[in-house]
Each structure stands twice: as C-alpha cells, then as structure tokens.
Design a protein around this ligand. Structure first.
Ligand code: ADP
Length: 404
C-alpha cells in the first residue's frame, strides 16, 4: 500500500501536450479511476506513474519516495493492461510465477504466493490449464494473479476489461472491487467508460485534453460537476444543456424562464450568457412533478422520439426555440453532448405517452445546475438554495415574463 502523488506532471510529445500540469494525490489504499475520452492523456499519466514514460516536467512520488527517475522495477508497482499478454506455451502456474522465478524466489515462497493469488482471483484447480483452454475472463484473472504475486504497493490497471464482452465486464467489475477489499491496496485504474468508473472507484479523476477537471467521489462528480465537461461526461444518458441569459430575476432561455435570486451568484452578472444543466431524470411530466418539492413552472413541449429501455423510457422533447447560443458553441466550451432545442426526459416505462404529443414538463429546481457559458465553470448546483426573486417564472415566446 502506498500513497501516489503527482506534482505538476507534464508530458509533451512534440506538438501534443498529452498531460498538462497534472496534480494528483491518491491516498493509501484508494481505488481511483482516471476517466476521460480517448486521447485525453489517461494512459500517458499512468505510464509516467509506472515509469514507462518519462515526464517532461514535474515529480512523481510513491509513498515517501520520489520515483520520477527510477526504473519501473524499483517503483513497487504492478501493471495489468488491456491486452492480456500471457505466454501461450506456459500453463497458468508458470504464467503467474514467471516474474518470481526470474527473480530467483525459492520454490516454497513461489508456491505460497501463487496459491494465495489464485485463491483471490478464484482460479484454484486451474493451475495446469494452458491459456488457449481458458475464457477471456479467466485469462484476465491470470494476468491479475501475476500482478498480485509481486505484492506491489500500487496496482496500475489500464482498461483491463476493455476486451471482454459486456456481461463479463460487469462481472469482473464486481471481482475487482472484491479484490481491492481483500488486498487493501492502492489501485489506479484507467477507463474511458464512465459507468465502470462510477461503479468501482472511491474517487474519479476526470481528465480532458491532458488536464485534470475534477477528482471526487463518483456521486460528487455526478451531483456537483465542477464544469460543463464533467457534467456532460459523467452520467448516461448525458445531462441536458440549455443556453440562456442571466436576467434580473433568473434565467431566460429562448423559450422559457426560470426564476431565482441572481444576486448571490458569484462571477456572473445580469446580461451574461449562462448554461442551464438538467439531468433526464430531473425532468418530470407536470402531474408527476407535483410530487417533487421544488418544481419550476410548467414548460410546454412536444414529444419527439421515444426510446423504451425496459425499466424506463427515454423521451426526446422539442422545446420551442433553443435559446441564444447553439449547443455547438457550448460543446466548444467543454460540454460533450446535448441537443439543440431539445430535452431528454426519462420516465417510468408504464407512463402513458406517445410520440408527437403536446405535454407540459417541470424541472426539479433542487437538481438544476447553472454554468458560466463562457468559461464552462459551474456556478451553482440546485437553484432552490438561491431563493426566489419574488417575480413570476413561466413560459414566454417573447422574452418577457408571463406568470402561468
Ligand atoms: P488516452 O489514454 O486517454 O486515450 P493517451 O495518453 O494514450 O490518451 O494519449 C494522449 C495524447 O498523447 C494523444 O493525443 C496521443 O496521440 C498522444 N500520444 C500518446 N503517446 C504518444 C507518443 N508516444 N508519441 C506521440 N504522441 C503520443
């Protein structure tokens, strides 16, 4: 077990800054996922920790030791990669024990460690199997056992489940959580799959374009994303974004008005462009919305496409005009997705609803996020805490408030 610290780590490849001034502190025994889109610098960050890549700048410490200049073998780390490179001509025992035999460990010690590792990954009784006699999941477990026998201070895992089928991936997620509990060791895990990160980690480090965006427990990233990028990346389906403008008594979009007291918002003033963020599960049909504590005034919309998912149904909604700024502009400032002039709502699958139906929806004010549209930084999570300004909110075609 060991704490891993990155201080101002930068990795420059000619004209690409793969990692940009990364500061990370991963606690002893923590399971941290590095998550972000392909090419954002996750693997490069991991490789600098493993010692496979030398950072252009910055320092890396494992425990109390500055390992920036140490070779991989002296860092106390073990890596598990996406491509499970087992020796095809060796059986499970020989594959797992290969590193130990290379280092001249005595046979009893090797047997003891292999036995414990195979027990942990539940491969007992399979020691004489050859790799081609095993499933993908079993081979991945051999690779993990090979890392375990080295008693590393830190496990580094780079998309270890990416090549497994969907069902096995979900199963292996649980196994890795169990493994973490049993070994009580530090695990740093790279994935582009936000669901994998959400389900396994103590904390998620969200990375975009080489820069750390946020490092927090999964639910904090979900409920209090620090900026538009994190808000759009964490959660599936993605958060809805609607462009608007801060007005005296709230937010005015192209088609509706949300009322709140703007005076306590820091860093923005009336007239500034603001992006509203709302998750699909926080959009309600007006009747259901009466059950929630703080609904907005009703917003008239029209249903578009329905996507039945079994336990819920996703409903795309057409919402008047999309507002002052296009979603393409919001994406430029960090939002990863989101429709223009459209909201996605998730409903219980037994809700009676059809395509092309005029309905009214309300948004849950306690889960409504506001972002500075220029910088993408979060302004507030839950506008109910800001209070209401005393004027009415409601729908409008012209930009003037009309209390409905
Ligand atoms: P991720 O793991 O998030 O997909 P990587 O860390 O692999 O991203 O890559 C980050 C960026 O650095 C990408 O733009 C990639 O093309 C670039 N990169 C990675 N390795 C090299 C290399 N050896 N030479 C040049 N560019 C590289």
């Amino acid at each position: 077990m060991a704490r891993v610290t990155l201080e101002h780590v930068t990795k420059q490849y000619e004209d690409v800054t793969a990692v940009d001034d990364m500061n990370l502190e991963i606690e002893d025994g923590e399971f941290v996922c590095l998550v972000g889109p392909s090419g954002c610098g996750k693997s490069t960050t991991m490789e600098t920790i493993a010692g496979l890549t030398k950072p252009t700048d910055g320092t890396i410490s494992i425990g109390e030791l500055d390992v920036t200049k140490l070779p991989p073998k002296d860092r106390g780390v073990a890596m598990v990669f996406q491509n499970i490179a087992l020796f095809p001509h060796m059986d499970v025992y020989d594959n797992i024990s290969f590193g130990l035999r290379l280092r001249d460990y005595d046979t009893d010690e090797i047997d003891r460690r292999v036995e414990r590792a195979t027990e942990i990954v539940q491969l007992d009784g399979m020691l004489d199997r050859m790799p081609d006699e095993m499933s993908g999941g079993q081979r991945q477990r051999v690779a993990i056992a090979r890392a375990i026998v080295r008693n590393p201070d830190v496990f580094l895992m780079d998309e270890p489940l990416a090549n497994l089928d969907a069902k096995l991936r979900v199963h292996m997620r649980t196994e890795l959580q169990r493994l973490h509990k049993e070994l009580d060791t530090t695990i740093i895990y790279v994935t582009h799959d936000q669901a994998e990160a959400m389900t396994m980690s103590d904390r998620i480090a969200v990375i975009n374009a080489g820069e750390l965006q946020q490092i927090d427990p999964p639910l904090v990233c979900y409920n209090e994303p620090s900026n538009l990028f994190v808000a759009g990346f964490i959660g599936s389906p993605s958060m809805n974004f609607v462009e608007g403008e801060l007005v005296d008594n709230g937010l005015q979009t192209g088609s509706f008005h949300i009322e709140f007291d703007t005076s306590s918002l820091v860093g923005v003033s009336v007239g500034d462009p603001v992006t509203l963020g709302i998750r699909p599960e926080d959009v309600y049909l007006v009747d259901r919305g009466r059950d929630i504590a703080a609904p907005t005034k009703p917003i008239p919309v029209e249903t578009d496409v329905l996507e039945p998912m079994g336990n819920e149904v996703f409903v795309y909604l057409r919402v008047g005009d999309s507002g002052g700024r296009s979603m393409a502009e919001a994406e430029e400032r960090g939002a990863t997705s989101g429709p223009t002039g459209q909201l996605l709502m998730s409903l219980d699958s037994d809700t009676e609803i059809m395509e092309d139906q005029a309905v009214e929806v309300v948004l849950d004010r306690t889960n409504l996020h506001l972002f500075d549209a220029d910088s993408g930084q979060a302004l507030v999570h839950g506008i109910e805490t800001l209070g209401r300004s005393g004027l009415g909110e409601g729908t409008t075609q012209t930009g003037a408030e009309t209390d409905t």
